[in-house]
Design a protein around this ligand. Structure first.
Ligand code: SAM
Length: 214
């Protein structure tokens, strides 16, 4: 594993417990996100397998499961996966790399990925989305969110831990272009301002895309 990946994994391992304390409950304060997830759950139904990619402690997966979705979760960080399993034992969570998925072609009816692309360099996005397209069944649904902007935010400290991590922000148009390059069809794009006192104060984008038949 490259140094960057190892460092990223170690960072999320170190902050996993604090991530639970700060983020696990966040959907309670985010009605817009809940509405999008409700719509996503209604569309994918109960039969399709859905994957929460870069699931962290698994709160989004858990929200979907509570709405009847057959969901699993994958994350690079073993400690995040440990937290996710502890918090929601009914969901199969496993370690994995969303850039090279251990899933068969067309295996999943849906992918949800909230802020999971935040460490992916822009030039790597089309290949990432091509891989997601590979594992989505024809007509499969993607719900993706990310921070809008042109900045890279570097942090040396995170919840009292010494870290070195970059968070990448994206322009909506460049993510749309990368999704299309990866073979996904854009269905809906929504942006919103941050909820005050609830989350990092960045504007956010949500994209719903579908996997067209090959
Ligand atoms: C900003 S957190 C978002 C977590 C969660 N989706 C949420 O909404 O709170 C990014 C997550 O992506 C995971 N991650 C980063 N790169 C990954 C990769 N290549 N494959 C799988 N997970 C990855 C990290 O370990 C981390 O848990």
């Amino acid at each position: 594993m490259a140094d960057h990946d190892e460092s990223l994994k170690q960072t999320y391992d170190v902050v996993a417990g604090d991530y639970v304390a700060h983020i696990f409950d966040e959907l309670r304060h985010k009605p817009f996100d809940r509405q999008l997830l409700d719509e996503f759950a209604a569309r994918v139904g109960r039969d399709a397998v859905v994957c929460d990619l870069g699931c962290g402690p698994g709160h989004v997966a858990r929200y979907l499961r509570e709405r009847g979705v057959n969901v699993l979760g994958i994350d690079l960080s073993p400690s995040m996966i440990e937290q996710a399993r502890r918090l929601t034992p009914a969901i199969p969570f496993r370690e994995g790399d969303m850039r090279a998925l251990d899933a068969a072609d067309s295996a999943w009816g849906g992918i949800v990925a909230f802020y999971s692309i935040v460490h992916i360099p822009k030039p790597a996005l089309p290949d990432l989305f091509r891989e997601w397209r590979r594992v989505l069944a024809p007509g499969g649904l993607l719900l993706l969110s990310f921070h809008i902007g042109t900045d890279t935010v570097h942090r040396d400290e995170w919840w009292g831990h010494d870290v070195s991590i970059d968070f990448l922000f994206f322009q909506t148009a460049e993510v749309i272009e990368a999704l299309q390059s990866g073979g996904l069809a854009i269905e809906r794009v929504v942006e919103r301002d941050p909820y005050p006192d609830v989350e990092y104060q960045s504007r956010r984008a949500y994209i719903i895309a579908t996997a067209a038949a090959p």
